[in-house]
Design a protein around this ligand. Structure first.
Ligand code: SF4
Ligand SMILES: [Zn+2]
Ligand SMILES: [Zn+2]
Length: 326
């Protein structure tokens, strides 16, 4: 086994090398900065929004981007958090988010499903027969984009890591949804195939470019970095995770990675080779705007508006007849 130095190793990397705390932190931060440069994720001047959930990924992301912004005053940062309304989970992670932002002097904007869509996710799941992550993800992306545009962010950085990306690639493959894979990659969206930096738009001017600086960092590396930097003291998981298709793909992948180390990197590396062609093939598909809300949509109405309509109908169906008449 290869060690970095004489200090006690705290993690073994996929390639086999073991690193001590100091060398791991150095390795990890350099990897994120290299990812930003390699994929041209951040321009010389940005008003960057960080999608902050208060979990390990987004806190790690914010900590590293704060270092970047402290060194370069032309990169301004603010955090944006969405409170979906998941009891005993989001309320707790949002406390961690608030406390980090206060200590580190980062402005934080919080929006909730309850205020924006009339009820928290927990209640939506009682009135609609829908998979939790489907509606949750659609509403979160909708709010993130809309609010980021209103706040004047040039880009939104999200805490997606290598494991998240590999899961998405496989899920799309298993469900024969290649169109969705065309939107993946370190820069989200379809039309941006050939651009590398300095743009905040991917075809649709309402779309705020999303970037993933942790794209090449494994879940294990992110969790290690977060714990070493005291960003989280316990590991909370959304209670809806176990019901998701993603969780099953995640567990299968983890088993496979344990047997064949390097599998996750191999999947992302081969995906990156075909991604420019995928983006080219599906370009133009996001050029539509929703006729209800103006957000980008692949059809004439976006998924968030479709779900909002279903919610309204479900609420009416449950309401007493007298209030339906008034
Ligand atoms: S696991 Fe699913 S329900 Fe929970 S926060 Fe994530 S997307 Fe929402
Ligand atoms: Zn060392
Ligand atoms: Zn819409």
């Amino acid at each position: 086994m290869l060690n970095c130095c004489n200090e006690k190793p705290i993690i073994q990397l996929t390639a086999g090398e073991s690193l001590c705390k100091k060398h791991f932190i150095e390795y990890f931060e350099n990897k994120v900065f290299r990812t930003i440069t390699k994929f041209g994720l951040i321009g010389k001047q940005e008003n960057l929004g960080i999608a902050l959930s208060g979990g390990k990924d987004s806190l790690t992301l914010l900590k590293i981007l704060k270092k970047l912004s402290d060194k370069n005053k032309k990169i301004r940062l603010a955090a944006i958090a969405i409170n979906e309304g998941i009891e005993n989970y989001r309320d707790k992670t949002l406390e961690a988010a608030k406390s980090f932002c206060e200590k580190n002097n980062v402005p934080l904007h919080i929006y909730s499903y309850e205020e924006e869509f009339g009820m928290p996710l927990d209640n939506m799941l009682k009135v609609l027969d829908v998979k939790p992550c489907t509606i949750c993800g659609i509403f979160r992306r909708y709010l993130l984009n809309k609010k980021s545009r209103e706040l004047g962010f040039t880009k939104i950085a999200t805490g997606h890591n290598l494991d998240d990306e590999v899961q998405s690639i496989l899920m799309n493959q298993f469900k024969s949804n290649i169109r969705a894979s065309a939107r993946l990659g370190p820069k989200v969206g379809i039309k941006d195939a050939k651009t590398t930096s300095g743009t905040n738009s991917v075809g649709n001017r309402n779309f705020v470019q999303r970037i993933k600086p942790l794209y090449l960092c494994t879940e294990k590396e992110v969790a290690t970095y977060a714990f070493l930097n005291n960003l989280i003291d316990n590991y909370l998981e959304c209670p809806n995770v176990s019901k998701s298709y993603r969780a099953q793909v995640r567990d299968t992948l983890n088993e496979f990675e344990a047997k064949f180390p390097g599998t996750k990197y191999a999947i992302v590396n081969s995906f990156l080779q075909v991604l420019p062609d995928l983006k080219e093939r599906f370009k133009g598909e996001e050029a539509n705007c929703c006729k209800e809300c103006g957000e980008s949509a692949s059809k004439d109405k976006c998924n968030a508006c479709r779900f909002a309509e279903r919610l309204e109908k479900a609420k009416l169906a449950k309401a007493p007849i007298t209030s339906q008449l008034s």
